[in-house]
Design a protein around this ligand. Sequence first.
Ligand code: CMP
Ligand code: CMP
Length: 315
Amino acid sequence: MAIPEHLISEDEDDDAEEEPVTPPKVNLTRHRGSISAEAFGVWNKREAFTPPVYPKTPEQTAELTSVLSRSFLFHTLDMKCMQVVLLAMKGPLVLEAGHRLIQEGHSGEHLYVVTEGSFDCIKVINGAEMVVKVCVKGDLFGELALLYNCPRAASVQSREASVVWELDRGTFNNIVMEAVQRKRDQCSEVLRKVAIFANMPRTELERIIDVLKEETYPQGTVIIRQGDLGEHFYVIHEGEVMASKQTPDHPEPTTFVHKAGDYFGELALLRDAPRAASVVATSPEVRLLSMDRASFRRLMGPAEEFLQLHAARYG
Ligand code: CMP
Ligand code: CMP
């Protein structure tokens, strides 16, 4: 999905030109209904922001915490910011089957988290509406318009009676974007050392970083098993893994060592084929950045030719 350069927010640049401001002494005491965002590390925004507060039952809070902490956008938030986001989530919004919550091309003010039911993400392709993804319990959607300040990239419609919670753009910009930016800075350093990402334009690279999740494995963990379905592509941040491939003709496995700065798990996603080798963590700790299949399809198009050509390295 190409997001035109001119649609990307210039806010950060504007902020950069402002005089540095001394952080105010903040009172972390919470007043119901008005939690100042100043208390959560965004003191240098032009206007103080007061996130909305929607009280929740302990069960609702626990469910949303579990969903949000699994999401690539929220799992890097510290506890205080997570609390603000949890309180700001509005719901439960109960929708009937066939309810179109988001229309492709419209502007967007919310992202949504699914706690019950399922949703079709639909795009107009060659004049016809096509389902490009199904979101289920625990997924979120509607984040792209907020992240990149662009029109909705797809329509989203409930497949059955479903329940969602929504988060407003103000809370997203003031609380979540700061963590997103921190992750972009940290991951850029890592990815610029990986050949496929080294010369990628910054906005393209940031879109990739935004969907990456960090995973850590101890030595001996089987990360990928030959013959399985492939759901993720991996970049090695730290450590080493060994891939081994066995075939009936060659019972002695062919091996390949992937080190920090390399990637693996691309073949199953590129070829829509089962995993071609098993991959095991061979250093005391392996830190990976992983990308799910749908994001790989959406974002790695420009790198596909490189990945296909480099498959020759496996012999
Ligand atoms: P947004 O563009 O804000 O609104 C539509 C949402 O559909 C989008 O965010 C994503 O969360 C979701 N979506 C799922 N699959 C796709 C896709 N292939 N392209 C664009 N959006 C998608
Ligand atoms: P994939 O098939 O998705 O999952 C296993 C990964 O191991 C594969 O992608 C490659 O990234 C990697 N690999 C390393 N050596 C080999 C090999 N000899 N044959 C196939 N894949 C290999």
